[in-house]
Design a protein around this ligand. Structure first.
Ligand SMILES: [Fe+2]
Length: 176
């Protein structure tokens, strides 16, 4: 059992990586290693009651456990910092948006489905809406290189193409 997955170890290693040299590369490598054997990770993960659980946050890194229930989609948002997503159960749909010069709003630019075992890294200005693409809940670890709850970021009403402040009220209203 040399490679047994342990969540506490992953969090510790991600924190070390975030303050070290080239965290973009090392954080991605750690997540790739963690989800490489999705069944082993599923077996070792605790059961969380909430869909979003903050496992750790400081000035250098925020580590979340994110669960998306089938049919559930969270509104389009940005992060203002590098984000790395590793999925270990189910499949996560990422709808990407970009600025639309014609309307001054945003338009859908790309769609990426991450299956268990996949890792995706997205830049600070990327805008995505995230949902579940599987019949079972989608679960993954999302790592942000900064204090995600401490910064001003945005939500986007993709129907109207509007940029809105990231608030609980706006988030709940646009969650599907
Ligand atoms: Fe996100």
């Amino acid at each position: 059992m040399a490679n047994a997955f342990n969540l506490d170890d992953l969090v510790t290693n991600l924190r070390t990586a975030a303050t070290g040299e080239n965290p973009r590369v090392t954080v991605k490598a750690l997540l790739e290693q963690a989800v490489a054997d999705p069944e082993a990770m599923q077996a070792a993960m605790p059961a969380f009651e909430e869909n979003d659980v903050i496992l750790h946050e400081d000035e250098t890194v925020s580590i979340w456990h994110c669960r998306f229930m089938p049919g559930h989609t969270v509104p389009a948002h940005d992060h203002q910092m590098l984000a790395t997503i590793g999925v270990y159960s189910g499949a996560e749909r990422n709808d990407f948006y970009e600025a639309d010069p014609e309307t001054g709003g945003i338009r859908k630019s790309n769609e990426v489905v991450l299956s268990a075992g996949n890792v995706l890294q997205i830049g600070p200005s990327a805008i995505h809406a995230v949902g579940c693409a599987s019949k079972t809940p989608c679960m993954g670890i999302h790592v942000y290189l900064g204090a995600l709850t401490q910064i001003d970021r945005s939500l986007f009403d993709t129907d109207k193409g509007e940029k809105l402040p990231f608030s609980d009220e706006n988030y709940q209203r646009m969650t599907r």
